[in-house]
Design a binder for this molecule. Structure first.
Ligand SMILES: *Cc1c(COP(=O)(O)O)cnc(C)c1O
Length: 398
């Protein structure tokens, strides 16, 4: 086996250097813990980037993957296969949406959602094609999703951007109203809580007001639940945190495949406009990934993980709020369920992340002055205590 040093030298040599990796070489995980190649353990409060909601190596998911791998991995969607169905059923029965299309990633799920919106515009709105999205959003890295993602950092080197997207202020209904153009606008696409943008939580009535506005104008109200779905916010889907909110279109990925590459977009019946030939994917709905996703979704239900995420989230937030009393540079703790951010008055998050790593805790510097926590939903209170105590000792040293 390669030493860490050898491994990293080869990585430098062969890979496009598009990310500054953290030092450990990780080889296995169990629950909330991951282990490096020297068998050091870390508490994973990134959960594979809000992906391992059921934890690493959940026995039921692992078994579903093993069983499926021994049967059939992949067939074209021209043929019926069986693993998609149980997952589709769970998604439809636990949401207010009616139909699902499986793809492979969050960006692709949003691309599909936007194709639904554009066809809706062609059919119902005289060719309206523009989609309103928000500043500080994150929707993925394809050409179109860079235009949808309202952050200059993801856009500046790739101009001209794909046409058909306008980015307006988040949590501001008037900004959407003024961007709306009756000849152009076909949809609004929003995250129920902005994840990559810094755990930005809209006011309680923002989503319902946007939804009502969309319905008044006959444009589609689309939610990007790639990060907030599958229990993360303490409800099965993030929008269920907001009463009476129902998206017309919703995208999912990240935790959907429990670590295998799986995305989906769902629509209500009235706007289910895609017909044979309109869309497709070689790997989308792949037997292996949907078997993993089906098992994980069943675990989510059986083990009541959304509810547990809610309780754990409240417990964690209380502990983090208590830290605020000791460290004056912490300005805000905000979150829903187990998507939590801690904001500071100084740009020290990278330093905190690196020092936490040295003490065995993996967290994310989502902004220069903000760290983000997104542990598995079944993280234990004991593990939360441990994480908070590591963070406390790191903050004391700063
Ligand atoms: C991660 C993320 C995406 C992109 O997903 P990929 O699978 O990386 O393409 C899109 N939207 C949101 C809200 C995300 O958090």
């Amino acid at each position: 086996m390669l030493s860490s040093k050898e491994y990293k030298e080869l990585e430098k040599k062969y890979y496009m250097q598009v990310v500054n990796r953290m030092p450990p070489v990780l080889v296995r995980g169990q629950g909330t813990e991951v282990f490096d190649n020297e068998d050091n353990s870390y508490l994973d409060f990134t959960a594979g980037w809000a992906v391992l909601n059921v934890g690493h190596n959940h026995p039921k998911v692992t078994k579903a993957i093993q069983d499926q791998a021994s049967k059939i991995l992949q067939m074209s969607n021209l043929f019926y296969t069986t693993p998609q169905l149980p997952l589709a059923k769970i998604l439809i029965e636990n949401s207010d949406l009616d139909r699902v299309f499986f793809c492979n990633s969050g960006a692709e799920a949003n691309e599909g959602a936007c194709k639904v919106a554009r066809k809706w515009g062609k059919q119902k709105l005289n060719g309206a094609f523009e989609i309103i999205t928000t500043l500080n959003s994150f929707h993925g890295r394809t050409q179109a999703m860079m235009a949808a993602t309202g952050q200059p950092h993801y856009q500046n080197n790739w101009k001209p951007l794909m046409p058909g997207f306008v980015n307006v202020e988040y949590n501001n209904l008037d900004a959407i109203k003024s961007a709306y153009d009756k000849d152009k606008t076909c949809a609004v696409l929003l995250e129920p809580v902005q994840g990559e943008g810094g755990v930005n939580i809209p006011s309680d009535n923002y989503l319902i007001e946007v939804m009502n506005f969309c319905h008044e104008k006959n444009i589609l109200f689309m939610l990007d639940e790639v990060q907030t779905g599958m229990g993360r916010l303490g409800t099965f889907f993030g929008y269920q945190k907001y009463s009476n909110v129902e998206p017309d279109v919703m995208s999912l990925a990240k935790a959907l495949g429990a670590g295998t590459p799986l995305g989906a977009f769902l629509t209500k019946e009235f706007c289910s406009v895609l017909e044979p030939g309109d869309h497709g994917s070689t790997f989308g709905g792949n037997a292996l990934t949907t078997a993993a996703g089906g098992a994980a979704a069943q675990v989510l239900l059986d083990e009541k993980l959304p509810e547990i995420a809610n309780n754990n989230g409240n417990y964690f937030m209380d502990k983090l709020n208590a830290l605020m009393n000791n460290f004056s540079f912490i300005t805000e703790v905000r979150g829903k369920g187990l998507l939590i951010g801690l904001e500071m008055s100084k740009d020290i998050s990278a330093e905190i992340v690196s020092r936490c790593l040295d003490k065995g805790l993996l967290i994310n510097a989502v902004r220069p002055n903000m760290i983000r926590f997104m542990p598995p939903l079944n993280v234990t209170k004991n593990e939360i205590d441990k994480a908070v105590s590591i963070l406390d000792s790191v903050l004391k040293d700063m």
